[in-house]
Design a protein around this ligand. Sequence first.
Ligand code: 9MR
Length: 737
Amino acid sequence: MPVWERSRKISVLAAASLLTLGVAAPASADEVEQVKNGGFDGTTDPFWSTTGMPMTLTDGQACVDVPGGTANRWDVAIGQNDVPLVAGQSYRFSFDASGDAGHVVRAITGLAVAPYDTYFEQSPVLGDLTHYSYTFTASTDTAQGQVAFQLGGSPDPWHFCLDNVSLVGGVPPEVYVPDTGPRVRVNQVAYLPNGPKTATVVTTATTALPWTLNDRTGKIVARGSSVPRGVDVSSGQNVQTIDFGRYAKAGTGFTITADGETSRPFDIGADAYRALRADALKFYYTQRSGIAIDGALRPGYARAAGHVDVAPNQGDGNVPCQAGVCDYRLDVRGGWYDAGDHGKYVVNGGITTWELLNEYERSHAVRKVSLTIPESGDKTPDILDEVRWELEFLLKMQVPAGETYAGMVHHKIHDQAWTGLPLLPDQDPQPRELHPVSTAATLNLAAVAAQAARIYRAYDPAFAKRALAAARTAYAAAKANPALYAPESDGVGGGAYNDSTVTDEFYWAAAELYITTGEKQFASDVLASPLHTADIFGAGAFDWAATAAAGRLDLALIPNRLPGLAAVRKSVVAGADKYLAVQKAQAYGIPYAPANNMYDWGSNSIVLNNMVVLAGAYTLTGARQYRDGVLTGVDYVLGRNALNQSYVTGYGEVSSQNEHSRWYAHELDPALPHPPNGTLAGGANSSIQDPYAQSKLTGCVAQFCYIDDIQSWSTNEEAINWNSALAWVSSFVADQA
Ligand code: 9MR
């Protein structure tokens, strides 16, 4: 697991929810204080403070004048080291603090020595002296723990006082119970008037229940009986389903009532999907690296250009390789930040670019959608202008002619070490490094540059030519270096994106090169690939690591003359049939049922990508069940789920809004924005790799392995490859209206 912001936070919940659940409170062990002299009796020892920021004892409190003008929270701090922590033990971390109004303290428990992992953090906004208390469970054993109060990041100087610092071990662990609201679960955004409409009700009843559909005035406009479905595996809940698809009138503020519960409100209409199609794509402008974000285009989101060689950034204009990897430097400015971090990774950029360009090729209406970006108003569709920002970056990652591995592509470029949150892109002080080339990255460039060549030809023939030349060079280089794999171990300062199976990338690249050029050599490679006839539609159809379906879908759906296309198309329909069967078997209508009920990292994007296959089958056959499969699948992402929430910021009555991001870090700093509307959260992830999710969700059943907190990077990050799935599917849905 990459060493990144290891942190956890806990709100005070415990006793009340234990009672309502009827769960016995855990027996308490001896509670032991771990902090020495937390009351600052006569001295501030053994607390330390950053050089240049002395502590003074004032009325029995430790106070400091915090200097202004520092960049990061951790640049100035007070703390105590040598605090022991025992893995699995729960601690109550409490203190009294005051500060000039509106300033923030980042209170952490972490490691006092490199790599300074944070195990638990809270960032309360200060004012008058207030008592703060949190409970968390330690994930690591160490004798070198610390409690610290980080005070940096303010442009102006301010005053901070601290008292009664305490870390008590052996306290009862906290039991987290998500607030899931009414038991009737609906798509909180909208159902299409001419689409299927299904809801799920969580109930102890095992026989059919009456339900009503009420309009915004409360008038009953339809009624029926639900269908008992037994215990749903993905949630562990006993559920029934409600089919109100026969009601086809548009309107707003509908609700469903069943079993004494009334759902959150929803619309019937298509407007929301036209808005979502635009918002899901507008997401990319504010992910851009190397350009200032214009507040006139994105009110509330203006920020300075990131990584353009202006201090404290080290910049992406002249980036060296990691030690021993190469002796040249590259200008790799531009592109999109991958996710909530400041890294830029070719394989994830590749699949994202493919999906957005595929949206352009498959959904005609998207060509006219304005994304309010600096390029809006030129002759090129906005979606292509936005994708071009990434394509230019991907092309820069290719090793120049004359160098070792010329034509291959560097796997990624990111910080030398992980940074913390919040951190605006232009404030990142870390050195940037190019990581080794990989066969996977090289084939990603070959695939998307080939795809781009046929798409941009109509708008910019010179660029199309350049892209195709780069694609050919990359493909040849990958054939000459077919087994240079990005290792799992390369995960410091950025994600590993390790991948040691590249038959799928070879197949995909050959397919795109063939579709664009029609050349025999590429057709032969496609036909010779074992993946061409394999069943590639597994639990998830495609993602950054598994790209064969991108090739298969394009061969089936983008005009080309490959021999045997009938079988290719049939295979896509067969894949869609599998996802339909999975969807029908599940009472929440999810076209995803991973082995052992283990939801994968970024599961929302997998759910959506499986719907891209359903949509492909609809295009190929015109059979309504595939279209309905997509429309029903969307319900899950927008609120018809065990947590009763939409995973798209700003869409639905209750939606994710604290996605893990260094610059949309509103939860940590009220001066920063939430992610923009139309941002998709990664979603339920059974492996809950981050300590915060572990502290809340250990033992969670599939759909429940999610929490809308900025610290949960394994369940709640935002990412370019997840939003591309949302953009693709929302465009398809908007097109059905
Ligand atoms: O989405 C990626 C997931 O499939 C991997 O299992 C995980 C660990 O390597 O990394 C995820 O991608 C993250 C990347 O490594 C760094 N930027 C943020 C990405 C989303 O969480």
